[in-house]
Design a protein. Sequence first.
Length: 68
Amino acid sequence: MLRKFTASVWQEDVWYVAHCNEIEIASQGLTKIEALENLKEAIELHYEEPTATVLPEILSFEANIYAY
């Protein structure tokens, strides 16, 4: 399925960072185009059907968070 996304793109030193505005995924590249291409690949991989070769182990854990 083809879906449109928007991205915020900015430069940090020599890297361009592309952050998807609809989902929490970001990527980077040496040019704006490269950063967007890398973001597209990251989103496609994120939604790719998982193919586990070994069944995953489900674990619980605790973390200290300081939310105000």
